[in-house]
Design a protein around this ligand. Structure first.
Ligand SMILES: O=P(O)(O)OC[C@H]1O[C@H](O[C@H]2O[C@H](CO)[C@@H](O)[C@H](O)[C@H]2O)[C@H](O)[C@@H](O)[C@@H]1O
Length: 350
């Protein structure tokens, strides 16, 4: 009997440079060969994932000044354009949506140490005194609340799949009702199971971290040596293929694993606007600030509605549905402070 490569039909022993006798005479080698074969079958998909991991590492691409300038023309700084932006808000209720990592806190190696500065927390606290304000994060709600610690805000954790309204009395809160939305509840046991499996599978890859975000998971590779990225992508793909109800997306040096339900940060934004009484309203100006691919879903909602402002936090040109840009969290803080100053100086009708 000759075992052949399913795709090419070439006997495996020949395809992988071994004689038939070697092939059948050495069981260990046969096992290795089968593994190699399996890997080659998944090779295309895994390579695509690996390419995407590499492509999303901006340090690998030199930034061309011309590209940067033309990008800035299309996505001007929200600070430079502040007055113009605000004049568009006349007579409208501003609602502020803030992503957490990379927006309110700088990107750091250890996800558990992505602290917000006291100054940033105060800026957000001030914003929330004047405008309904929500944090929309990939992290689990409890964790992001643990960093921000402002009970007057709305929080949408787990990529928007876990929404809760302010627990502290707030003038923007509707009656005594607490807003709550968890569209992926049924996936909790599955997410827990995959968390355990993945934690086990990647434990031998130095630097890999699996983070349980309750309704979704993050697999971090920021601290994984690039020579091991392929192995990590391989493990993640292998596990995920057993769970067709889950899908894989990518963020900043992180894989996000989440239910296939049609719910993302864009849906969370719409849900919150609706909860605040602004569904289909023209009297509202949602301002969404975020830095990541997952924030694009929210930018897209605003873009498609032709309403509100999407502000991308990025130092490098990126394809985006946002209209404006800010370079880093310190600029976000500056923008938030200006928003509050502007509000304080505006006539009460705003
Ligand atoms: O939606 P976000 O609030 O931006 O959350 C997205 C992911 O952010 C965190 O990971 C990112 O920040 C880490 C700390 O700076 C960094 O180490 C990591 O490389 C980034 O991807 C968070 O840990 C993830 O769970 C979130 O999904």
């Amino acid at each position: 009997m000759v075992i052949s490569d399913a795709k090419s039909g070439i006997p495996m022993a020949i395809a992988y440079g071994m004689s038939d006798s070697t092939l059948f005479g050495n069981f260990t080698q046969l096992k290795k060969l089968l593994k190699k074969f399996e890997t080659s079958q998944n090779g295309a998909k895994i390579n695509a994932l690996l390419d995407s991991m590499r492509a999303s590492s901006p340090t690998r691409r030199p930034i061309n000044a011309e590209d940067r300038n033309s990008w800035i023309l299309n996505h001007p700084s929200a600070l430079t354009m502040f007055e113009d932006i605000m004049s568009a808000s006349k007579g409208k209720q501003i609602v502020v949506f803030l992503d957490y990592d990379g927006t309110l806190s700088p990107i750091v190696e250890d996800p558990d140490r992505a602290f917000i500065t006291t100054e940033m927390r105060e800026a957000v606290r001030e914003v929330a005194k004047h405008f309904p304000t929500a944090i929309v994060s990939g992290r689990c709600r409890a964790k992001v609340y643990g960093f921000v610690r402002l009970s007057e805000l709305y929080y949408a954790g787990s990529q928007g799949m876990d929404i809760k309204g302010p627990t502290k009395g707030h003038k923007h809160r509707k009656g005594n009702q607490t807003v709550l939305c968890q569209p992926a509840r049924e996936f909790l046991p599955m997410i827990d199971e995959v968390y355990k499996v993945l934690t086990y599978k990647v434990k031998c890859i130095p630097g890999a971290i699996v983070e349980n975000n309750k309704f979704c998971l993050s697999v971090h590779y920021r601290c994984v040596d690039e020579t091991k990225w392929g192995e990590l992508a391989d493990q993640v793909k292998m596990v995920i293929k057993n769970y067709p109800q889950l899908r894989l997306t990518q963020g900043r040096k992180v894989f996000e694993i989440r239910p296939t339900i049609k719910w993302n940060k864009g849906n969370a934004l719409e849900f919150l606007l609706e909860s605040l009484g602004y569904a289909e309203s023209n009297d509202v100006l949602p301002v969404y600030i975020g830095d990541d691919r997952t924030d694009e879903d929210a930018f897209k909602v605003l873009h498609d509605k032709g309403q509100g402002l999407g502000i991308l936090v990025s130092k490098t040109p990126k394809e985006t549905n946002a209209s404006y840009s800010l370079q880093e969290p310190s600029e976000v803080m500056h923008f938030l402070k200006r928003l509050v100053e502007w509000k304080k100086l505006s006539p009460p009708s705003h």
